[in-house]
Design a protein around this ligand. Structure first.
Ligand code: COA
Length: 179
């Protein structure tokens, strides 16, 4: 198993991985929605606002995680939101998701990113250091449907304090359907 940073020309494989994985777990329309989201993230996000991580086995992309920037207009800390993440169906449940996210978060830490945020199942993401936060503490770019899924962690030695100002996500995420 090899974990890497960057798309490195594997865009189509990565999009196909997300489409197939979410189709298998949540149905065809979710698969298409998430595949299209990843296509948009990869093609429309400025390089400085995007981190992509992959897991490969025998030269095949079997896992992926995307992080995009959240900007707060009254706060100069750097914040990235994780989503989506997928491990190919036949490779799930072997710790690859956890290893991929641990590698990704360590890379962000070394890059000096202050805070990682995600929006998902607290039971899963607590395994890699995320904990629930309120939208008053960390404003979300849209009104969230599922407040319990709003999670964050500090990537520095400093304890998190509330982020100030309005949150702005990248263009690919700028749709209430994702929130
Ligand atoms: C979620 C996902 C990325 C996890 O990857 P993975 O490689 O299977 O995860 P790991 O093997 O590291 O961790 C597995 C553990 O997490 C648990 N787990 C897996 N998916 C979970 C979920 N959605 N919610 C809660 N727990 C989950 C498993 O029960 C397992 O627990 P165990 O260690 O006690 O047996 C993968 O299952 C996946 O791609 N799912 C479909 C797409 C998806 O839902 N993505 C997340 C939302 S963006």
């Amino acid at each position: 198993m090899e974990f890497s940073q960057g798309v490195r020309g594997r865009d189509q494989e990565l999009i196909a991985l997300f489409t197939a994985t979410f189709t298998a777990s949540e149905g065809a329309s979710e698969g298409t929605l998430i595949g299209d989201l990843v296509r948009d993230q990869l093609s429309r996000t400025p390089a400085a606002d995007l981190y992509v991580f992959t897991a490969e086995s025998a030269g095949m992309v079997i896992g992926g995680a995307v992080f995009t920037r959240l900007n707060y207009d009254q706060d100069d800390r750097s914040v990235f939101v994780l989503g989506p993440v997928a491990v190919a169906t036949e490779w799930q449940g072997q710790g690859i998701g956890r290893q991929l996210l641990t590698y990704a978060l360590q890379t962000l830490r070394e890059a000096g990113i202050d805070i990682a945020v995600t929006y998902g199942d607290p039971n899963y993401y607590s395994r890699v250091g995320f904990a629930p936060v309120t939208e008053a503490f960390i404003p979300a770019p849209f009104k969230l449907q599922y407040h319990e899924g709003w999670l964050a962690q500090s990537l520095t030695k400093t304890e998190m304090t509330p982020l100030k100002g309005t949150a702005h996500c990248v263009e690919a995420f700028n749709d209430p359907a994702f929130w």
